[in-house]
Design a protein around this ligand. Structure first.
Ligand code: PAF
Length: 284
């Protein structure tokens, strides 16, 4: 696996790979890799000739009071993990290589997608995500982009931008990888104390219970949401949102439809965690 820090150099190398007829798969990350990321790398090496992983803690997607400076940076461990897989290139640019002096261009996402759910509590977050993802896609030019379903709103925003900006990249969404007890894997889980980790389990438990209540118990939307919120509030410090939405538009759903997403963001101690479950009519 080759470590590359210069955007231009990676762009040239991958141009050559494509000219030789090689397909490129790309996994954007902020590092502190876990099994969720590794499942994306494995999927890419199965489906492409060349796999590129990026590790870049993108400052433009963090708000002023968020955890940009505290975000885990463990490059050596990440490299060791990636070397056990079939990643070909690791791209680790500096902030100044991605946003040089005088940088002026940002990708604006419609408020309908960017200012709801996580975006309501993290103003500017999806503008930063969309901007860095477009830059990374322009640098790597992949046939396939791999994203984890845990970041549901991010997947919706990126899938929409790929469609809207006529990009040729195919977005491949891989299932959330969970610990044996159900906790969704996240780089931020390492911040949880043992007690907080126990309480964090309520999040996945409540999401799956809500799915069951809606599908099997035929409980109404208002009642299932109210029950979920009251259970969550007993275990976590703060529930930012708990919503049942249309997966494509992110608008709240009021009656049963073919596919729905139940999404939540909670603080356990000082750590913000997100998780979701998808409900399909065929799950009945
Ligand atoms: O999901 C992440 O790790 C980040 O939001 C991403 C997609 C790498 C953009 O910085």
């Amino acid at each position: 696996m080759k470590l590359i820090r210069d955007p231009k150099k990676l762009q040239q190398i991958l141009q050559k790979e494509r000219a030789r007829g090689k397909s490129v798969g790309f996994i954007p990350t902020m590092g502190a890799l876990h099994e969720g990321h590794l499942s994306l790398v494995r999927a890419s090496s199965r489906e492409n000739d060349v796999t590129v992983v990026s590790i870049f803690v993108n400052p433009t997607q963090f708000g002023l009071n968020e955890d940009f400076s505290k975000y885990p940076r463990v490059l050596r461990t990440d490299i060791k993990m990636l070397r056990t897989l079939k990643a070909d290139y690791l791209f680790c640019p500096s902030v100044s290589a991605m946003y040089p002096e005088g940088y002026a261009t940002f990708v604006d996402v419609s408020p309908r997608l960017a200012n709801v759910l996580c975006g309501k509590f993290r103003p500017g977050h999806f503008r930063g995500v969309a901007t860095v993802v477009v830059k990374l896609l322009n640098i790597t030019g992949p046939c396939r982009l791999y994203l984890g379903a845990k970041d549901f709103q991010q997947v919706t925003v990126i899938s929409q931008l790929v469609r809207d900006l006529n990009m040729k990249t195919q977005v491949r969404v891989m299932p959330t990888v969970r610990e044996k007890d159900g906790l969704a894997m996240s780089s931020r889980n390492r911040f949880l104390s043992p007690g907080e980790r126990d309480r964090a389990l309520t999040i996945s438990r409540v999401l799956f219970a809500c799915k069951k209540n809606l599908l099997r118990e035929k409980m109404g939307f208002v009642a299932s949401r109210r029950r979920a919120l009251s259970e969550l509030k007993r275990s976590v410090e703060r529930v930012q949102y708990f919503e049942i939405v249309d997966p494509r538009t992110l608008a709240p759903v009021k009656k049963y439809q073919e596919k729905m997403a139940v999404l939540t963001a909670c603080f356990v101690g000082k750590t913000r965690l997100i998780d979701n479950v998808i409900i399909r009519n065929s799950d009945k």
